[in-house]
Design a binder for this molecule. Structure first.
Ligand code: ZN
Length: 488
């Protein structure tokens, strides 16, 4: 077997002012052939799995470029075309191959390209021809398009949110694509459009049970794979929305029926699938009334993982105004404030302006007398999804609130975001994390309770407030009851 693998992955918030240009890709995760780090990354699992397989077999694995960028705004046209063509040129040079396995995200948008993954998969198909198996792993926060399902034989989304299963799903992509390449199965794809924009954390019911049920259906009765395409809400592109993707062994009628059954089940649980969201004040009141902590409060509206800046000050202001003590919050992306803290040194008390820099969604910066708790060069945080390099980081204290300031823009992944910066989150009454749900895998281990907020910010949880113009309608919740009317 000769296999080609590569990766091109980001999640594009088309409303974000922060462009994902060539420099951003180069800085954040650009690995030409042979330069991929010695551990798997969230969106490069197929490459890693194939590299391991090649050691145990006589397979020839040709590694193409892997490029990964944090969620932010549009990728400029030229930057996208350069990265895409780099990978396609590598594939052409590797031909003939027996199969192609890609690590993609599924929600990448570039200038002039609403569907980057559909574009690149279509071009891969044109190079390899009709008979070669193409597989790709996707994030469930993707826009599943017809171009993608037409070009690829196998598409598999992570099932968990937090995405703790990216390696297991990567194994499935590689195995199912291998089976297709070796003629052991004839994968056929069925898609049901749920006509919904919604959020589905799988760390809680009813999604937990739904995922377990779906997993139990796979690998029997001709059902090869089932993906629950959650949708990525912050993109103004026609194809956004929740879908069910079923891959059967050449049984299209069965796949269509199963996809629709599961889709209708998901539609019925739409209100329960997403957690209740409290205002910032309601969350603080609840914490103040609680006997003991830590109570972990998510602030998804400023989640860097969804393309937000992660420097908003709304939550800190409300904590200060309501006199909440013994809290911590992070990460606040503010490289300049970090430099000021490094210059002042640990233990220094001085006047600092921090946060609130990126735009109206960030709120105003805070001017306060702060005490520097700790300065850590090249700090990291860790979770089941890997190690996240935060750059130089500083922790400060303002009126009983400990704050982690970072140089690199990331969401909160692990409790060591705080503990590595000299803050013990287990001792805090309130632990506020800028994240939608990836925080949950780590922080739920220390939380007495987990609350979700919907404060001001770049990522409103009420999707009716997102200023879409190009999304295909009707779709819930923009339209009250779209089911039964085809989208156009
Ligand atoms: Zn995701």
């Amino acid at each position: 077997m000769k296999v080609f693998t590569a990766s091109l992955a980001t999640e594009t918030n088309t409303f974000s002012p922060m462009m994902t240009g060539r420099e951003v890709w180069r800085e954040e995760g650009y690995y030409p052939p042979g330069k991929h780090p010695d551990h798997p990354l969230l969106t490069t699992a197929p490459l890693w799995i194939l590299r391991e397989r090649a050691k145990k077999t006589n397979w020839q694995v040709v590694e193409g470029t892997c490029a990964v960028a944090h969620p932010a705004g549009l990728t400029p046209k030229r930057a996208y075309e350069e990265l895409r063509d780099e990978i396609l040129t590598q594939l052409k040079a590797a031909m003939p191959v027996d199969m192609v396995c890609m690590g993609l995200h599924g929600a990448m948008v570039a200038e002039g390209y609403d569907d980057c993954e559909g574009d690149i998969l279509t071009r891969i198909r044109a190079i390899v021809g009709d008979k070669i198996a193409i597989g790709a792993e996707l994030d469930p926060h993707c826009h599943l398009t017809q171009a993608m399902t037409k070009a690829a034989n196998i598409l598999v989304c992570y099932k968990e949110f937090p995405h703790t299963d990216f390696m297991e799903r990567g194994e499935e992509v590689v195995q199912l694509t291998t089976d297709a390449a070796q003629g052991k199965a004839k994968p056929v794809t069925s898609v049901f459009d749920c006509q919904m924009i919604n959020s589905y954390p799988t760390s809680r019911q009813p999604m937990r049970g739904f995922v377990d049920k779906v997993k139990a259906m796979e690998g029997k009765n001709g059902v090869l794979s089932i993906s629950i395409v959650h949708c990525y809400p912050y993109a103004d592109v026609p194809d956004i929305g929740t879908k069910i993707l079923v891959i059967t062994d050449s049984d299209k009628a069965k796949g269509d029926k199963l996809a629709e059954e599961l889709g209708r089940e998901l539609i019925a649980m739409r209100d329960q699938a997403r957690p209740a969201f409290l205002s910032l004040d309601e969350a603080i009141d609840k914490v103040q009334a609680a006997k003991e902590g830590p109570i972990v409060c998510a602030e998804p509206a400023d989640n860097a993982g969804g393309g937000a800046p992660s420097d908003s000050t709304f939550f800190i202001r409300r904590m200060l105004a309501k006199g909440l003590k013994n809290a911590c919050i992070g990460p606040i992306w503010d490289p300049i404030a970090v430099k000021m803290c490094f210059a002042a040194g640990e233990g220094a008390a001085f006047d600092l302006r921090f946060g609130g820099k990126m735009g109206p969604f960030s709120g105003d910066p805070i001017d306060a007398k702060v005490t520097v708790i700790k300065c850590v060069p090249d700090a990291v945080q860790t979770s089941g999804n890997g190690t996240f390099h935060m750059g130089n980081c500083a922790s400060i204290e303002v009126d009983g609130i400990a704050i982690v300031l970072t140089t690199n823009r990331h969401q909160a992944w692990g409790t060591d975001l705080f503990s590595n910066l000299g803050i013990d989150p287990t001792k805090k009454k309130l632990v506020a994390v800028k994240s939608t749900n990836h925080f949950h895998a780590s922080f739920s281990k220390i939380a007495k309770e987990v609350l979700y907020t919907d404060g001001p910010g770049a990522l409103p949880r009420d999707f009716g407030k997102v200023p879409y113009k190009r999304v295909k309608r009707p779709i819930w919740p923009l339209d009250a009851s779209p089911w039964g009317t085809a989208r156009s």
